[in-house]
Design a protein around this ligand. Structure first.
Ligand SMILES: NC(=O)c1ccc[n+]([C@@H]2O[C@H](COP(=O)([O-])OP(=O)(O)OC[C@H]3O[C@@H](n4cnc5c(N)ncnc54)[C@H](OP(=O)(O)O)[C@@H]3O)[C@@H](O)[C@H]2O)c1
Length: 441
């Protein structure tokens, strides 16, 4: 047997303790598989006295992650602290500069500094592995970087945030309002006390930035992503989607087009009988369209101690075997500059919900505004206003707003946005129009 592989682990929270548990449970079998034992020789966290679910007393303690990262006793540094800068970044840089391979689960760090860290790793001739950074237990990094390397990929998209998918699923299944479900998710620990990062789409965008780079061989470009979250989704949208044969999902989409790459995070309508529509609750999924592999869908646990530890362990085992390709699949210097496709040129069908004042000429004016921009409609449905009773009054009070749902044929984002802005200016609607893209599957 070869000499042991010695790990330094910084961060003993959900993922760090999950990893220690996995190594304790499966260590002997893994040693047999890779031909060397894997030993944890140093750990670091914020508080030494905090009770942990796994025993760490026999392992050397470090107060500072960067000191552990550069310590001569370790072969591999495992960063499980989190955060795009601060201690995590300092420690990862310290490890790479000391010539030590790094395994991290930190999507925020990589979305911001991925290209620079990959360059540093390459200069130092060491690995930088991050399987756990996207979609937890789903092995999507390795799939894109290695298993699908022979393909020209056209699109990678998915449900990359369990909190948002849980909220949208509950809104769908229990007919509850967004705020109500969010409060419950916070109570159950599925959503943070400050949920901004998840529900406004930033967490999805961090993961998407990494998938895009792997899929298209471009430099990580988090700041080029068009991001919308799920705060504006109402029960009316969920119900209208259901009537029309759709589900609403927060998607991260990276799409290669003739004018560049679209990277977008937004709520989208997907056909309700599609596989992605069936991905419910906190489950994540990633769909990949390639020229030779066809369409793939990987689904599973996107977070949690065990699923994430599984992904971190896979990176450690690759390093133990000496099997470490460049972080983003091609040498950092060969990553292409990112070319952004303008969202205004995005081609697709759209769902629009308007709250239209019930007065003569309003609908004709709306249809005119849509027509002016060359947008053609597949359907237009006037819904019962809230409070109107079935069979007694299909319409509300004269002049009161009535929900109207439009589905467009394929058009550009510029055209539909232009039409909606004219409709708002005309004063025939009582609130800002809701617009949701329909993702073709
Ligand atoms: N949780 C998941 O399901 C999941 C899934 C995929 C990826 N990830 C990623 O995995 C990483 C870790 O997430 P987590 O959920 O395990 O976080 P966590 O439970 O909050 O744990 C963070 C750990 O980092 C330690 N820490 C914080 N600041 C530190 C510092 N300055 N120096 C040293 N240690 C410090 C904390 O110490 P104390 O314990 O002493 O406070 C804690 O042990 C993040 O990058 C996250 O995005 C998490």
């Amino acid at each position: 047997m070869n000499r042991p592989l010695k790990l330094g682990i910084a961060g003993l929270g959900t993922v760090g303790t999950g990893l220690l548990q996995l190594l304790a449970e499966h260590g002997p079998r893994l040693a047999g598989n890779v031909g060397r034992t894997i030993e944890v020789v140093g750990v670091c966290a914020r508080s030494r006295s905090k009770p942990r679910s796994v025993a760490t007393e026999a392992i050397a303690w470090f107060d500072e992650a960067a000191r552990l990262a550069a310590d001569p006793a370790i072969d591999v540094f495992v960063e499980l602290i989190g955060g795009e800068d601060g201690a995590a970044k300092a420690a990862v840089e310290a490890a790479l500069k000391a010539g030590k391979p790094v395994v991290t689960a930190n999507k925020a760090l990589l979305a911001k500094h991925g290209a620079d860290l990959a360059t540093l790793a390459e200069q130092q001739g060491v690995a930088l592995q991050f399987e756990a950074a996207v979609a937890g237990g789903i092995p999507v990094i390795k799939t894109l970087r290695e298993a699908l390397a022979g393909n020209q990929l056209r699109r990678v998209y998915g449900i990359l945030n369990g909190t948002c998918n849980y909220i949208l699923t509950q809104m769908q299944e229990e007919h509850r309002a967004f705020a109500d479900v969010l409060a419950e998710a916070q109570q159950k620990g599925y959503a943070e006390a400050d949920p901004t990062f998840d529900i406004d789409g930033f967490d999805t965008a961090h993961k998407l930035a990494l998938l895009t780079s792997l899929a298209f061989g471009t430099r990580v470009a988090f700041d080029q992503i068009d991001i919308e979250g799920i705060r504006t989704i109402t029960q009316a949208d969920i119900e209208a989607a259901d009537d029309l044969g759709y589900r609403v999902k927060l998607l991260g989409v990276a799409l290669m087009t003739d004018s560049g790459i679209e990277q977008r995070v937004h709520p989208a309508m997907v056909p309700k009988h599609s596989a992605i529509a069936e991905v419910s609750g906190v489950t994540n999924c990633v769909a990949i369209d390639g020229d030779y592999c066809g369409n793939l869908l990987l689904a599973g646990a996107g977070a949690g101690a065990k699923a994430t530890a599984s992904a971190v362990a896979s990176d450690i085992l690759d390093i133990a075997r000496g099997d470490t390709p460049p972080p983003f699949g091609v040498p950092a210097g060969q990553l292409k500059a990112y070319r952004r496709a303008k969202l205004g040129q995005h081609q697709g069908a759209y769902y629009v919900r308007l709250s239209v004042f019930d007065r003569p000429g309003a609908m004709a004016s709306i249809a005119g505004r849509v027509g002016e921009r060359g947008v053609s409609l597949e359907s237009i449905v006037q819904k019962r206003p809230p409070g109107a009773q079935i069979g007694i009054a299909a319409r509300g009070r004269p002049g009161a707003p009535t929900p109207v749902v439009l589905i467009t044929h394929e058009t550009t984002e510029e055209a539909i946005r232009g039409a909606l802005s004219s409709i708002s200016e005309d004063g025939n609607v009582s609130e800002r129009p809701q617009m949701i893209r329909i993702e073709p599957l």
